[in-house]
Design a protein around this ligand. Sequence first.
Ligand code: OAD
Length: 232
Amino acid sequence: MEKIVILTGAGISAESGLSTFRDEGGLWAQHRIEDVATPEGFARNPALVQGFYNARRVQAAGVHPNAAHKALARLQQDWPGEVMIVTQNVDSLHEAGGARGVIHMHGTLAGALCSACGHRWTAPPEMAVGEPCPACAQPTARPDVVWFGEMPYCMDEIYDHLASASLFAAIGTSGQVYPAAAFVHEAREAGARTVEINLEPTLGASGFDERVVGKATQTVPRWVDQLLARRS
Ligand code: OAD
């Protein structure tokens, strides 16, 4: 049965009210990546970094999944083959929208990680600087998110899924951050048809077989309807 692999980015959560990174007024226009999204930034100023993620955690707790998140969950339920969702997002809106088995390759705001022993636990709404790890008691708690210069999570698993995909879709991502930006090429090499669904064509749009342009809450439900109609 045809397997679908979907990569999502900040654009799918934009209409839920969460900022993207590279759009006008996005997060990277307001904060320097080196300061808030690198291990070196955290070592230099942990209070700044914890504050950045605390604010995002509070914001993410107050928003709801939109029609695009829900449509992907419906696709997972109704498609006769496997539908794997890989997200670069650290929010939990796919899960809140009903999706299952989502791979969070850039980690999640819901998690805390001990940088000393690797223990993981549920993050409190506000993480304090020097908070002790519940397993090893070192004051080394950090958000369980992947920073620039760190290896994204579950890469072997993701490449296995891409190698067996019949259809690959990238939704709401600018395709500027690797390795996620290269997934389309991996999927194509494996013989998958590829589609980009985004507010506007990205710089890498020509690398896809098909482009769907528009707001995710409109394009994604329509795309899911078309896929499901083709199968029935
Ligand atoms: P970006 O902010 O780079 O890209 C968001 C994309 O979504 C853009 O191409 C927008 O045009 C599009 N978009 C905006 N609103 C949309 C809407 N309503 N419907 C559809 N598309 C819309 O975000 P990402 O590609 O997710 O990593 O960024 C990738 C990674 O860069 C993030 O995971 C994060 C960031 O630095 C780390 O922090 C490690």
